[in-house]
Structure formats: C-alpha cells, structure tokens
Design a protein around this ligand. Structure first.
Ligand code: NAP
Length: 314
C-alpha cells in the first residue's frame, strides 16, 4: 500500500507546488500531497511529513505522526513547536548547503579583510586613501559554532590562508583549527579574533550569547559576520560597540525580525552591511534528493534518520 506523505508548509504556493511535484516524481511508492489536499480520513495514516515553517495546528491533526523531515537546515522554530510532542525532527543536512555557506563565509570575510566597505565609504567622499594591507596569515577568523556549516567554512578559510579558531560545545579535532569550549574558552578566543563568524543554532543557551559583555572580549577593531540567527547577538549592545569603534564592521544576514523593519537603526549605520537572509538557501535539487532518500529509507526499513536533540535544542 502507498504511504501518505503530506507537505506541510507556510510558503509561496508556487514553491509548495514545486516541492510536491518533485517529491512525487522521486517517491513513486508514496502518495505525496499538499496538506490542504489531504483527506480527513487520511490524517491518522500519516507517519512522516515533509515540513517548512508548518502551521502547528495542521501538524497536530496528524495524530500518528512519528517524525518530520525539514527542508531547511535551521530548525529553531520547529524545536519550539515540537518540544514534548514525541515527534522527531530530522533537519536537512546537505553537502551542497555546506558548500554554499562556506562560499558565503569566504566572500564576506574577504569583504571585511580587504576593507571593501571602507573603500565604498571613501568613494562617496571622493577620498583617495590607501588602507593598510594585512596578509590573511596574520588574521584570525573565529567561528561561534563548528557544526556542519562552521566546519565546512573553517576549512575554506584555511585553504585561503587565514588562521582559524572555533568555539563549540565539545572540543574539536579539525586540522589547523584551534578549538575552544566553555565560557573561558569563548573569552580567550574572542580576545585574539579579527573577524568573528556566527554559525550556531539559536537555543535557550545561545540567545544573546553575544551581548555587551561578551562582545567586549573581542580585539579592538574586530569585525562580525552573523549568518546564524538574529537573536544570537543583542542588537542594541552590538550597536553600542560599533558606535564606539570597538567593533569596526558587522555583516548581518539574519535579524530578530525579518524582513528588517524600515524603522531599524541598523539600515543607516555605515558600520553595518545588511543582507536579506541570503547567505545559504536550500538548494532544491540536492535537498529534494536527500529528502526523498530519507523517506525511502523509512518506507523500506522503518529507519528514522538522525534527529534533532529536542532537549539541547539542536
Ligand atoms: P550543527 O551542525 O547542529 O552545529 C551547531 C554547532 O553549534 C556545533 O558545533 C555545536 O557544538 C555548537 N553549539 C550549539 N549550542 C552550543 C552552545 N550552547 N555552546 C557552544 N556551542 C554550541 O548546525 P549547522 O548545520 O552548522 O547550522 C548552524 C546554524 O546556522 C543553524 O542552526 C541555523 O540557525 C543557521 N543557518 C543559517 C542559514 C542562513 O541562511 N543564514 C542557513 C542555514 C543555517 P557541538 O559540536 O559540540 O555540538
């Protein structure tokens, strides 16, 4: 009998249709449907659903749901909604996503490293000023979070000659990456950092991890790239450090409220570069292959892929 796999998502209709179409093609043994096309009599037959920002009230109707497959890497919102439900969350782990993020990290680290933002400001003033060049081998780029994305990006920066450090929950053994853990490890790492890259999930423990105090541990003139979640950094504290010159520049791709409200003071701050959450989007081709593979494995062997630890939140 064909298993029923609903696609439960709050996305543009065209995107939902695209996902349903490709999953139908890749999962011949399943009836893949939009949640809205699911019959009420089918709700209790669903064991797995594919999700992207699902409406919790729709998910609740699937009373025998065992697990959900997210088409996204970051699952912070799902973790909040599913805590205590007994439903497992499988997030997207995709080498193509790791590659895209590593490329984004390299691009924006080079933007900071080669003072591109300063030259832009100088052009506005018609100023012809040569800024000092410091070799990558003399610069330390540190990562907050050394998971799937952090590791791939760290390797990319090492290939490009930077010194690399990383802070994570557990000690890491990655060639040429100086690993730090714990509060004192964070302080020690920040004190030697020229460019800080955030790639850590948002959990109860990491909310405002970077606040006035922790940001003050950074070297004077350090720069920040946030590609994780807005609430990892306390925005007001960041602005204080930017305005005092302690932090030279911040590249922000993620915000507590997205799209960033027109009233935000960040828009006009010359020390901030704003990106509209574009550092690494899900690659449709590779992600749909991975999702289909995971669903096939469950159908054949009843095996649920490695799921998120709902207690620790990632
Ligand atoms: P991951 O593989 O789960 O890695 C998470 C890393 O963070 C691990 O190194 C983990 O330490 C560390 N960590 C978590 N909580 C910690 C804590 N309290 N103290 C110290 N270290 C902690 O995640 P990922 O795939 O690399 O993704 C990271 C995040 O990137 C996602 O959660 C998402 O928010 C964000 N993201 C953003 C975009 C974008 O477009 N901007 C796209 C995709 C993802 P251990 O290794 O010790 O567990």
């Amino acid at each position: 009998m064909k298993s029923i796999v609903p696609f439960v998502a709050k996305l543009e209709k065209s995107e939902i249709d695209k996902w349903v179409k490709v999953l139908k093609k890749k999962l011949k043994g399943a009836r893949v449907v939009k949640f809205s096309d699911l019959k009420k009599s089918e709700y209790s037959k669903v064991e797995v659903a594919v999700v992207a920002n699902p409406n919790p009230s729709e998910v609740e109707k699937l009373v025998n749901l065992k697990w959900v497959q997210s088409i996204w890497v970051g699952v912070e919102k799902l973790v909040q909604n599913f805590k205590g439900s007994g439903v497992k969350i499988v997030r997207l782990v995709d080498p193509e996503m790791n590659r895209t993020m590593a490329e984004a990290v390299l691009s924006w680290v080079l933007y900071l490293h080669r003072d591109m933002y300063s030259y832009r400001v100088q052009q506005d003033k018609k100023a012809w000023i040569e800024l000092d060049y410091i070799k990558p081998s003399k610069k330390v780029v540190s990562f907050i979070g050394l998971g799937e994305l952090g590791k791939a990006a760290a390797k990319k920066l090492i290939e490009n000659g930077f010194k690399v450090c990383g802070w994570s929950g557990s000690k890491k053994n990655i060639k040429k990456v100086k690993s730090f853990t714990g509060h004192f490890g964070l302080k020690k790492m920040l004190g030697q950092t020229d460019i800080l890259v955030c790639l850590i999930p948002l959990t109860d423990k990491t909310k405002y991890l970077l606040n006035y105090k922790t940001l003050s541990f950074l070297k004077k003139g350090a720069c920040i790239v946030n590609f994780a979640r807005g609430a990892i950094i306390n925005e007001k504290d960041l602005v204080k450090h930017l305005n005092s010159g302690k932090i030279k520049h911040a590249v922000l791709d993620v915000f507590e409220q997205e799209p960033l409200p027109k009233t935000s003071i960040l828009w006009k701050n010359k020390r901030v570069t704003i990106l509209p959450h574009i550092s690494a989007n899900t690659d449709f081709d590779s992600a749909s292959d991975i999702v289909a593979k995971n669903l096939r494995l469950f159908k054949l062997k009843k095996k649920i892929p490695k799921s998120v630890d709902l207690q620790r939140g990632y």
